[in-house]
Design a protein around this ligand. Sequence first.
Ligand SMILES: [Zn+2]
Length: 466
Amino acid sequence: MATQSEISKLAVFNETVFFLIAHLRLWTREGDSTGGATGVTATSVADVHSILFKCKNEFCPFFHCERPKSLGDDIKACHDQHDTAHAISRYKLGVINEDRLISLFKDLCLIDAPSLGEKDCVAWTKKYIQDIGWECWEDEGGKAIGGNANNLIVKVPGNKPGAPRIFFSAHFDTVEPTAGLVIEERDGVFYSASDTILGADDKAGMAPAIEALRAIQEDGQEHGDVFLLFSCAEEIGLKGAAAMKLDEYNFAYGFVLDTGPSVGTFVNRTAFHDKLDITVYGKPAHAGKDPEKGINAIYVASRAIAQMKVGRISPNTTSNLGIISGGTGVNIVCPEVFIRAEARSTDVAELDEQVNHMIKLFDEAATEAQTTVKIDHRRHYDAYIVEETAPVIQTAQRAAKNLGLEGSLRVTLGGSDANVFNSMGIPSIVVATGMDKIHTHDEFVSRADLLKTTELAYQIILEAAR
Ligand SMILES: [Zn+2]
């Protein structure tokens, strides 16, 4: 229920659609309780716009309206007079509890959750979910992947028979430890003020998923079964999701809240991803006494690497040398070098070409130096494409449109749990959350984008059940 002080917070006018929607939510319940039906039924942002545009009140706050923007407490009078809240209520814009959302997001970020060490975060989340009154359980994923925590599965049964069963997914773990995190909010944007990362990847997915579902229930909306799949060890190779056993759930489709801006865009296409572990063998010898008796593995590896195409290979393809280690002493001709490399592409032929190029250079350098190399090459995960006509995309795009968002589709070379779910035969797309500069100390996410993501998840639940 909105208070007068909350309403007066709206004095600052903002022309963007989202600002309007986010704040109009505050009136929705009041509109329900005061009634005053106008007979207007709004089913889209365009409808709402036209309803609001007809408002002749001189203090009308709504977008595209030429009226004065100075509102103050008169905003409530405008609301009462024109039944806008009623129209918005009919339009079913969710009443998102912003304070609760932000505090959930921060609480989740503040729990240290490195990959394979997510136990505390899983336990905290489980209790939070149980306190809401939802059924949740851990699977046995932790054992399978060698972590200290299991994946967490949450079930919220639907109240609309026949509606498709959907899920939202996000991951617990962060790329680096977040122990000692201090969160700082500057101009409505959350950053890490400590040496750690913020860990918005992927708490900016978890918090909106939970809060959207909570708002749907509190608003008494009709929905199908909605599950939350919170995974462990995503960052080190989608391990938690891969250990999930989802056959028996019969999901129609799912949404993975785990990519960067802008909110309202979706990833429906990702890359094939190959990994290479390369061991170049040399021959040890004393560096001062008998260097001619040795074969320097660092030198051999360098000969291969110096000729190698790395980085951006084409618009579809990338490659990287990520880890190199070797050597036993400065006075010893290096006997062995280990290199971990990868390549990604949306085009499997291009990927194969790049990987073969890398392997060939190591082979040639080893042969030239009369030594050997061992290469372990494996496909880390397969690409996926979800067709634009698929219900999962149609649902997401309708939801985005409801909020005046673009709903465009994009491709990424990054992997996510959606790769795993698609490989299990469950059509899944990645939903942008607004988290940015992820995997760096400069990572951030804005309050507005957390709210917008929650609004979007709310609309997805509604649209899936339509
Ligand atoms: Zn992530």
